[in-house]
Design a protein around this ligand. Structure first.
Ligand SMILES: Cc1cc2nc3c(=O)[nH]c(=O)nc-3n(C[C@H](O)[C@H](O)[C@H](O)COP(=O)(O)OP(=O)(O)OC[C@H]3O[C@@H](n4cnc5c(N)ncnc54)[C@H](O)[C@@H]3O)c2cc1C
Length: 386
């Protein structure tokens, strides 16, 4: 089956340069990741050296300034990398391997030169792992209500509280963390970079999850952690706004990843429907199967074109909050149907571990919860259009 780059419809978005990148990432994933993914998923972890291998080939630094080790890539380079890493078939592995993509953007946009040298370059170079800490045990949707406090004490903040469901929460070296430095509500929040070897910083065991098994998701506790004021990103009490900007790229990425889940399910379903026989003929011979696959392809085409069009607008510097929320929700609705139907086409095998669609079905479930739930996306959309 044609891939995005080979498909001429998408050549308005992708150049020869993107094709070369796609081939390099695909070769890497095929050689260094796909053969080991089942083992890493069952073990609930992957080797830390993978970060370095990915960084050495420049795949970590696509979005980051050349000045700090990156390559200043455009959104479609990002998309190529996201899609091709998705081909490893474990979206939890991708989430942890690229947790810096939700942690570093506020540092890039609002950080100082010293912060970029200390906290951006080493992550881009694969020597450190970066995570984002916003969600707390008392709630993730209501970001403005977060409770972790950071009280000023000279040239430090004293941080107390906890975070939960943090991707790369166990193995991260640094956390871009939303804390309360001011009064109640969104105007009292700042972002701090907290080093995970700070005294008073601890984590839970890895949380056991429905999907994303290879990803280390954890709870984090702060017991009077002293964090230098120099680690504050941008201005005090502006953290909520910085995080809202940050959510935009996270949500667009999630739409791209979710479309990739759908793409893999579609590819697997086409292959299986041609091979598997029932009542003496391939199940692709039953109109009900063919129509399921036709609907999958149609929905995915619509979702992908919408996401690419939006990415082109964002790449051109437009701020598209409503459309980003729509793209995330639509990609999730489409993938919910496609993962369900793909599992159905596989019959009993679709329910058995070791089968890619079984994992995709589970890995997909978080997409409409993480990075802002479907309901929160609909709140944003309705607020902006009513
Ligand atoms: C595997 C995994 C990885 C994650 N990684 C990270 C990470 O790296 N960093 C991080 O900070 N967080 C992370 N999260 C947290 C994730 O972003 C939150 O789970 C999500 O934002 C929802 O928050 P919550 O779970 O507290 O649900 P709640 O906010 O308690 O919501 C519960 C339900 O109520 C609904 N609801 C809430 N408010 C409204 C409203 N106003 N209108 C309508 N419905 C509403 C929600 O849509 C949801 O259905 C991760 C979560 C998981 C499971």
């Amino acid at each position: 089956m044609e891939t995005q780059t080979e498909n001429r419809t998408y050549q308005k978005y992708f150049t020869k340069q993107h094709d070369l990148l796609r081939k390099a990432v695909r070769d890497f994933v095929k050689k260094e990741m796909t053969p080991y993914v089942d083992e890493w998923e069952e073990a609930g972890e992957y080797p830390r050296e993978l970060h370095k291998k990915v960084a050495d080939l420049g795949f970590n630094g696509i979005a980051y300034p050349t000045e700090y080790g990156g390559s200043d890539g455009d959104w479609f380079e990002h998309i190529v990398v996201t899609e091709e890493f998705g081909r490893c078939g474990s979206f939890g592995l991708c989430a942890s391997l690229f947790s810096h993509s939700i942690s570093l953007p506020p540092i890039v946009k609002h950080g100082t030169h010293e912060q970029k040298e200390k906290f951006l370059r080493p992550v881009v170079e694969g020597g450190r792992i970066a995570a984002l800490g916003v969600t707390e045990p008392s709630g993730g949707s209501d970001v403005a209500g977060l409770k972790t406090t950071a009280v000023r004490d000279g040239d430090h903040y004293i941080v107390n509280g906890s975070k939960t469901f943090i991707t790369s929460g166990i193995y991260a070296d640094q956390l871009t963390c939303a804390v309360r430095t001011g009064g109640e509500g969104h105007g009292g929040i700042s972002l701090l970079i907290i080093e995970t070897d700070t005294p008073g910083y601890s984590t839970s065991e890895k949380l056991k999850k429905m999907g994303w098994w290879a990803s280390d998701t954890g709870e984090i506790y702060f017991d009077s952690c002293r964090v230098p004021v120099a680690n504050r990103i941008g201005e005090e009490n502006k953290g909520f706004y910085y995080q809202m900007e940050n959510f935009q790229s996270e949500r667009l990425f999630m739409a791209i990843q979710t479309n990739m889940i759908s793409q893999l399910c579609l590819e697997e379903s086409i292959k299986y429907a041609k091979e598997r026989e029932a009542f003496g003929k391939p199940i692709a011979g039953f109109q009900v199967t063919r129509h399921k696959i036709a609907e999958m392809a149609t929905l995915l085409e619509a979702s992908r074109e919408f996401t690419y069009r939006l990415a082109a607008q964002v790449d051109a510097g437009e701020y598209k909050v409503t459309e980003v929320s729509m793209a995330k929700n639509f990609a999730c609705q489409v993938a919910d149907k496609i993962t369900f139907d793909a599992t159905q086409i596989f019959g009993g095998y679709g329910f058995i571990r070791g089968n890619l669609v079984e994992r995709l079905y589970r890995d997909n479930r978080i997409m409409s919860i993480g990075g802002g739930t479907t309901e929160i996306m609909n709140e944003i959309i309705s607020k902006n259009i009513l």
